[in-house]
Ligand binder design. Structure first.
Ligand code: AMP
Length: 221
């Protein structure tokens, strides 16, 4: 199996859920740039200049590339040095970022050790999912919307209280789908397609079905 798995998809496509499952199946490190940014937000020792860049996240905009690279590259290198593969979730949201990650992978001799999975989902279905999912106030675990999860009030991972994520409100969702929806994803998908390292998976299905398809693809590589 490749040691770097990139998961692409619009917000709500199930990137985080699938990345967590891959962590369970293969003991890879799950690196979510959204999680790294939210962790920085509540870190009292976090760099103040870095924290100032988080205003964009609250507004539903993309955060400055330099902060993304600083957080993500450090986490990737540390995991690979410990002989653990990585699953990148939400880490690449522009072609410019895709190129910067490629340069980084080359610089650490890993450019042939990468596979990209895109979880395909319509903006419309994403909108519905985002309005209904929840996040744990203690551990940050995201609880995707399913009929069973809809009734949950307590986190299945740590017992913490669940709430709606602050950027999962109608207005910010629209902004995120404009900035990070399928229209914006298309050139990134094209970039990886041209490199011949992209596999598309139908992300509109149930979590288990998506997981089976993703694992089948990864185990063949
Ligand atoms: P997520 O948890 O993946 O939905 O990310 C939450 C927010 O963090 C996004 O709406 C962006 O503001 C920011 N963010 C996460 N990853 C990136 C990235 N690769 N580039 C720029 N901003 C990002």
């Amino acid at each position: 199996m490749k040691s770097i798995i990139i998961i692409l998809g619009i917000p709500g496509s199930g990137k985080g859920t699938e990345a967590r499952l891959l962590k369970e199946h293969y003991s890879y490190t799950h690196i979510s740039t959204g999680d790294l940014l939210r962790a920085l937000e509540i870190d009292p020792t976090g760099d103040l200049d870095d924290k100032a860049k988080l205003a964009d996240m609250k507004a539903g905009k993309l955060v400055d590339d330099s902060l993304i690279y600083k957080l993500a590259f450090r986490a990737i290198e540390s995991s690979l040095n410990n002989k653990k593969g990585v699953v990148l979730d939400g880490a690449i949201r522009t072609v410019q970022q895709a190129q910067a990650y490629d340069d980084f992978f080359k610089s650490i001799g890993k450019d042939n050790d990468v596979v990209t999975i895109v979880l395909e989902l319509s903006d419309d279905l994403a909108r519905k999912r985002l309005l209904k999912r929840k996040i744990c106030t203690v551990c940050g675990h995201i609880i995707p919307y399913t009929k069973e999860n809809d009734l949950l009030t307590i986190c299945s991972e740590c017992g913490g209280e669940l709430m709606v994520r602050h950027d999962d409100n109608k207005e910010t969702i629209e902004k995120r789908l404009r900035d990070q929806g399928n229209e914006m994803l298309a050139p990134i998908v094209k970039y990886y397609n041209e490199r011949g390292i992209l596999v598309a998976i139908d992300g509109s299905r149930a979590i288990d079905a998506v997981d089976v398809s993703v694992c089948e693809v990864l185990e063949k590589m």
